[in-house]
Design a protein around this ligand. Sequence first.
Ligand code: AMP
Length: 426
Amino acid sequence: MASRYQSLKGFRDTLPEESLRWQWLEGIIRDQMRRYGYGELRLPLVESTELFSRGVGEGTDVVSKEMYSFLDKSDPPESLTLRPELTAGAVRAWIEHEIGKNQGLTKWYYVGPAFRYEQPQSGRYRQFTTFGIELIGSPLPEADAEVILAGVGLIESLGIRNYRLRLNSLGMPEERAAYRVALLEFLNARRSQLSQESIRRMESNPLRVLDSKKEEDVAATADAPKILDFLADESRAHFNRVRGLLDDAGVQYVVDHKLVRGLDYYTRTAFEFQGLDLGAQDALGGGGRYDGLIEQLGGPATPAIGFGFGIDRLLLAAEAAGAIPNQSAALDVFVVGLGDSARAWAVQTTRLIRQAGLAADCDLLGRSMKAQMREANRRNARHVVIAGDNELAAGKAQLKDMQGHAQQEVELGDLLNVIQSREEGG
Ligand code: AMP
């Protein structure tokens, strides 16, 4: 029977078996963040719309087309938005809690959902999960390297080998402004060769034209001026230093002058990890430096750099690499009670085993012996404890090892000890 209600387009359920894969990935993220010294930030899902229009930029697709915004019930109503990304909220929190007063450098990470009204396809959803880090307070290229290396470390810990790191510098605002003029001039001369979308973008965000994957745009922009040629000495030296640090770490990357990123707040270093086993939606994650954002949002002028990864896509890439371990929620013990008092005994025994730290379950459907054994098998139970009313009266139960198939009679009082010593013995 078709269900009457379905999850919304672009929104998905994660059922328990699939959740095990998410837990695997989140476990790797959390372990890595512990090793790298980042603290976890948990942010609200909703922020004021203005935070994103100011922070991410009015001219970006994210703000102009993709936000879930709504008016709340206050008087006058306030415009709120389901966060389309987490950097703006992280910066808001950093300013609000005056974190910069007490520490020179802030290292934060977060894992959580973001929302964008996009056309759903493989690897692209309206609710997706991001993992990101923000390193706030350092202008040095060493900070850029630390963040990029954390991204490389994550991808490699997940067993993803088939990926490409693309690197560019978007310069400081003055450098980008000069580049924008030159790029616009170049694009205007080739207007007739560009797609409609790119012509529209020329007005709002001409750098994004370089990002287009449409054949006509790629061809028309092949000889476009390169932003790297517009960098002044300081930005150029910064970029070269970042490259040198990555070279020293043995990290492979390509300098790609067409990498512009979709959000407005980046300055200097920008990077993206491209998953080569993914389809059209191949950006595993990306980020960059955003030295102007904190001031723009009303905080003290503070340099910062960060990245965001899409966990949904990391899982697709890890899957394609065959790197996700087979997991099942294996049970240590299944307790089979046959008969009225044995069923009550099974409930108490299961509780004792659970209290001892093992995963245990018993039948709650009043099933036959055969059906209960089938259930124990289905659940991959290592041990099965079996007792009927008569055995209980004699103070005994059967303990069956489901791998070795050996079965032994055990005194009820010894049951837990015997199970535990078997577990410890492997
Ligand atoms: P962005 O802030 O656009 O750079 O996004 C950061 C990362 O989030 C991207 O590299 C993707 O991996 C992921 N991402 C962005 N949008 C979506 C989406 N609609 N569905 C799934 N993942 C997404």
